[in-house]
Design a protein around this ligand. Structure first.
Ligand code: OAD
Length: 241
């Protein structure tokens, strides 16, 4: 038993799978029929902006057809009830964590419901279609693009994420293949600082070897059970796992 005060939760596409959103590395390695490099790189955006913008328009529109699942709701409950430090870091660009009620949340890979100005860097909420050539409200340049962190670009708020991991007692990874850095390396930082490490995934991730414990199964089942046990444990013996 270790005392647990500060928790960092990393989530990936697997946590939204039971809501009906496709994971990135599904059958054939395609994301909704596209290779990730054809829709998720600065080169792809430059080569075919119509395709890339339309792809994220479709993903944005699909948000209206899905709901948070039991795993999102359980993490929102943890956020509301955990008396210690907590940070949920998601690689997902959907809004299901916040719709479930999570507040202590960072979208490290951007958000579908946000637009980014490629000219001045301004970011703002966005709904509906975002055609290439849309004007930025801050600088008037015709350069709004989907606010998605493409391969080769720096994920958001890395300083805050790194500080939280270095200060955590428990690092848990849910529904991610461990294929994309820097997120895939967070577990190694957590191990380095002596945190407990736990993975929950449908199958062992590429980084499974770095976790002290791996629980195999669907997030919608595993996460609520884990949250329930964790919160119960704070009542019997304050803040221990
Ligand atoms: P992946 O599609 O690479 O991995 C999803 C993982 O979730 C797989 O290991 C599945 O086995 C697992 N999984 C599927 N259904 C599950 C369920 N119901 N419960 C638990 N686990 C389940 O998605 P990510 O690891 O999130 O980047 O991908 C990382 C990044 O690669 C994404 O953020 C995206 C992509 O390119 C950007 O958009 C920049």
């Amino acid at each position: 038993m270790r005392d647990i005060h500060n928790i960092v939760v990393l989530t990936g596409a697997g946590i939204s799978a039971e809501s009906g959103l496709a994971t990135f590395r599904g059958p054939g390695g395609l994301w909704e029929g596209h290779r990730v490099e054809d829709v998720c790189t600065p080169e792809a955006l430059a080569a075919d902006p119509e395709l890339v913008h339309r792809f994220y328009d479709d993903r944005r529109a699909a948000l209206a057809t899905v709901e948070p699942n039991a795993a999102h709701r359980a993490l929102a409950r943890l956020d509301a009830e955990w008396p210690g430090g907590l940070l949920i870091v998601t690689q997902n660009v959907d809004d299901l964590h916040e719709r479930a009620g999570a507040k202590r949340l960072i979208h490290m890979h951007g958000e579908l419901l946000s637009a980014l100005c490629a000219d001045c860097g301004d970011r703002g909420e966005w709904e509906g279609r975002l055609p290439p050539g849309t004007a930025c409200g801050a600088c008037d340049a015709l350069s709004l693009r989907p606010d998605i962190v493409f391969f080769g670009e720096m994920p958001y708020r890395m300083d805050e994420i790194d500080a939280a991991i270095r200060n955590c007692d428990l690092f848990i990874s849910i529904g991610t293949s461990g294929a994309v850095y820097p997120a895939a390396g967070f577990v190694q930082t957590a191990r380095y600082v002596g945190a407990a490490t736990l993975e929950m995934n449908l199958d062992p991730s590429l980084g499974s070897v770095y976790f002290e414990e791996t629980r195999i199964g669907a997030a919608g089942t595993l996460v609520p059970a884990w949250v329930e046990t964790l919160l119960q444990s704070t009542q019997s013996s304050p803040m221990s796992r």
